[in-house]
Write a protein that binds this ligand. Structure first.
Ligand SMILES: *Cc1c(COP(=O)(O)O)cnc(C)c1O
Length: 354
């Protein structure tokens, strides 16, 4: 049975929508009018609220700030030609949030609260979903520990929130990436499969060092041998080698991206062979040498498909074929765009109308 929850709604006295320039949106800096919030107290989720976007008032001892019980999600909503708002695979985000919550010893959130909160929030802020092609409303659900307590133990109280940012395209240029062989993002048995805040904090220094060497991003390798490729920055990693789509198999050190899953599904729909398995850096170098490395790209909600043009490994740069020549990534990004804006049939039931 799906229960409906009552949401206490306080509308903003004055919308800020007129400040938004659809043709010039900076990623992650502009916030829609409202936010959704629900507290977990005494072992129970309380009455959810929607209120004007604004600052929080927190104790300096807030547990999440010290011991890292903080998780998040990232998803997008789009407009179709009729101006209706469509969310892309929101239930998958609700489920992944709960997988992250379990790993971080946090309470799970009933899917109905997630879905209803999201739906009501988007109804109120539907004006903030850009109608422009290539733009979307980025949605940030997150949960954190709120006990004001100094000591390492799971918090008793939590806050789950959702806010939204209108966004344009993410990465404009093809990426130069470096295969990282010193630092590790996550290891088997760690929390790399969870969208836990600390994973990103720990990745910033190695990413910055790579940027100083002229790369925009890293390809993370396995923590044991630094031989097998895992992810690209905060995206999943994919290659087209000899006509086959190849991506690292999921493990506890890899985040199960919803874009990754969608791209693999579309590849199968196109009749392509899809392989989820270990891929070594040496295999990529060999495929580059024999001319079978056709495409490499990162995939995730923010950038959707981010083509990789250069791969740096052990001091050498390997140049990949020009982005215009890449049949698969170009076709899959067009197809994904069409599904998201209602131009193509949604045969996998990915879109949820608000
Ligand atoms: C969010 C994320 C991804 C991509 O997941 P999507 O569901 O496709 O957005 C991949 N890797 C990491 C580490 C991530 O945090």
């Amino acid at each position: 049975m799906i229960e409906t929850c009552f949401i206490n709604i306080t509308k903003t006295p004055e919308s800020r929508i007129s400040e938004l320039d659809y043709n010039n949106i900076e990623f992650g800096k502009i916030f829609a009018d409202h936010m959704f919030m629900v507290d977990y107290v005494d072992g129970q989720w309380q009455t959810p609220e929607i209120l004007p976007y604004g600052d929080l008032n927190l104790s300096p001892a807030t547990s999440a700030l010290h011991y890292g019980q903080a998780i998040f999600e990232g998803m997008k909503a789009y407009k179709n030609a009729e101006g209706e708002v469509l969310m892309f695979r929101p239930l998958d985000n609700a489920r992944r949030l709960n997988l992250s919550a379990e790993r971080m010893c946090m309470p799970t959130l009933p899917e109905e609260i997630f879905m209803q909160g999201l739906t009501e929030l988007l109804k109120l802020d539907s004006e903030w979903v850009p109608p422009t092609k290539g733009c979307a409303l980025y949605i940030r659900p997150f949960m954190f520990a709120t006990d004001a307590f100094v000591g390492v133990r799971p918090s008793a109280n939590y806050k789950f929130m959702i806010f939204c940012c209108p966004v344009g395209g993410y990465y404009a240029n093809p990426l130069r990436v470096k295969i990282e062989t010193e630092y590790t993002r996550s290891v088997e048995g760690g929390a790399g499969f969870a969208k836990a805040a600390g994973n990103y904090g720990a990745s910033m220094l190695p990413s910055k060092l790579a940027q100083q060497q002229g790369y925009q991003q890293l390809i993370w390798t396995d923590g044991k041998e630094h031989k097998f490729l895992e992810e690209s920055g905060t995206m999943n990693l994919m290659f087209v080698i000899d006509g086959k789509l190849i991506t690292p198999a999921l493990s506890t050190s890899i985040l199960a991206g919803i874009t990754r899953d969608s791209v693999m599904q579309l590849a199968r729909d196109f009749g392509m062979t899809v392989e989820e398995r270990r891929i070594s850096a040496d295999e990529i170098v060999a495929a580059h040498a024999n001319g079978t490395l056709e495409e490499a790209f990162g995939c995730g909600t923010a950038a959707v498909i981010a083509p990789i043009i250069t791969i740096g490994y052990e001091g050498k740069d390997y140049e990949l074929p020009a982005v215009e020549t890449r049949k698969f990534s170009n076709k899959v990004s067009v197809e994904l765009d069409k599904i998201k804006t209602g131009e193509a049939a949604d045969i996998h039931n990915w879109m949820a109308k608000i």
